[in-house]
Design a protein around this ligand. Structure first.
Ligand SMILES: [Zn+2]
Length: 420
């Protein structure tokens, strides 16, 4: 391998990415407030709050160790000539560029899975367990792993084969064909994922007839989002964290509530949370996100097509040029662009969250219930109430909870004035 400009750029990008994350982590820990913020004084006792601080420290420490170890393994593999070794090995197993390319990517992905396994195991069975969140059994953990593997082979395999085939055959417009193919595929996945893949991992049952179901359906109809199905998902099979979501397209749309959410929140709050999720659809956030994703894919393939012909990129990793290797290394080269895009996407996503909160408060008049729900969720999930702005910029798709509450207050008249 050759330590050329590509190697320098990629090395700087990988190390820089890690250091930026570590800096944000350090600032985030320093920003943590030792006392309960006033807004939460009534719902967070000192003992539970101290626990949330320990959770923050434990997760941060674990994230740094994991990130550092994974970076060290990648760099050792790279500078130890690992990529060239894998390429020679997989090329000796079979002929044909596409099959060789599939084997190359599959072996690298398998290697990555193996070294990240101890970290995933620790995160679930030590870290989350210590704070009482983990409900996953070893059996479920292994089954999830195998199902993920099956999905990668059955769905990822043909997709990758198609991309390799197009890039090899379609000439100067290959990037355009790849874009169209992957765009079509990801739109198809939006239908397939909730209908077939999610039920493979979780059980969905209709929410029982009764007041809550009636109220959710009435709310959805009142805001012009008629759904027929409200379901309960057995989120508690894996974790104590809770959530709600709206999935599917057209007539297949449905609302799914985690069983953990049902167990912890009064009806008002569940309706408010559901209204927030419905808000994302009514305000077209899902479509904007899809359009952004598709445009991003187009840019990605256009750039990829350029760099596939730069021999220096392959020399930096000690491999002979091949489309599959180009995909992998372009992915690494793309790290800084990815970072900038993530910053932009997070800003947009946080804006959408404010808008969905506002929607829940104004369209349903459940602003107070939404605030109560956010507080309960934060306490339940031991969320960090005072994250540092750099951490928010890098990682938060949702605004910090205190900012959300402040924004909700500004559109919700205080309770004293509405109840005479
Ligand atoms: Zn949301």
């Amino acid at each position: 391998m050759e330590f050329n400009l590509y190697a320098i750029i990629i090395l700087a990008a990988l190390v820089g990415d890690f250091l930026l994350g570590a800096l944000a982590d350090g600032l985030n820990l320093r920003a943590a407030s030792e006392t309960v913020p006033a807004e939460f004084a009534a719902v967070y006792d000192a003992v539970a709050y101290a626990r949330s601080q320990r959770y923050l420290w434990a997760r941060t420490r674990f994230g740094l160790v994991r990130g550092g170890a994974e970076l060290a393994i990648l760099l050792a593999f790279w500078f130890g000539g690992g990529f060239g070794w894998v390429q020679r090995l997989t090329n000796s197993w079979a002929g044909g560029e596409i099959v060789q390319g599939l084997l190359f990517v599959a072996l690298l992905a398998l290697g990555r899975m193996v070294y990240s396994l101890p970290f995933s195991w620790y995160a679930v069975f030590v870290l989350e367990s210590r704070f009482g969140f983990n409900r996953t059994t070893l059996g479920t953990f292994i089954k999830d792993l195998l199902k993920g593997l099956v999905l990668s082979v059955v769905i990822g395999g043909p997709l990758l084969a198609g991309i390799l085939w197009l890039l090899g055959r379609a000439g100067s417009l290959a990037w355009l064909w790849c874009w169209l193919a992957v765009a079509g595929f990801s739109l198809l996945m939006q239908v397939i994922y909730p209908a077939w893949i999610m039920p493979w991992f979780n059980r969905f049952e209709p929410l029982e007839e009764g007041d809550l179901r009636r109220r959710i359906l009435a709310m959805a109809a009142a805001v012009g989002f008629p759904v027929q199905r409200v379901q309960v998902m057995d989120g508690s099979r894996r974790s104590g964290h809770s959530n709600a979501m709206v999935t599917g397209f057209g007539r297949a749309k449905r609302i799914a509530l985690y069983d953990t959410l049902l167990a912890d929140h009064p009806a008002d709050e569940i309706v408010a949370i559901t209204a927030h999720e419905v808000g994302h659809w009514r305000l077209h956030h899902i479509w904007w996100l899809t359009v952004f994703h598709l445009v991003h894919l187009g840019i990605l393939f256009r750039l990829l097509a350029v760099f596939l012909h730069h021999e220096g990129l392959f020399a930096a990793f000690g491999v002979v040029p091949s489309t599959a290797a180009g995909l992998v290394f372009f992915g690494l080269l793309y790290t800084p662009v990815e970072l900038v895009l993530a910053l932009g996407l997070n800003v947009q996503s946080r804006r959408c969250e404010y808008a969905a909160d506002r929607f829940a408060a104004t369209a349903t008049g459940l602003g107070e219930a939404m605030i109560a729900a956010l507080k309960r969720l934060s306490v339940h999930n031991l969320s960090n109430l005072t994250p540092h702005p750099l951490t928010v910029a890098l990682e938060y798709s949702h605004p910090p909870v205190l900012a959300r509450i402040r924004a909700l207050r500004s559109v919700t008249p205080p309770a004293e004035e509405t109840t005479p």
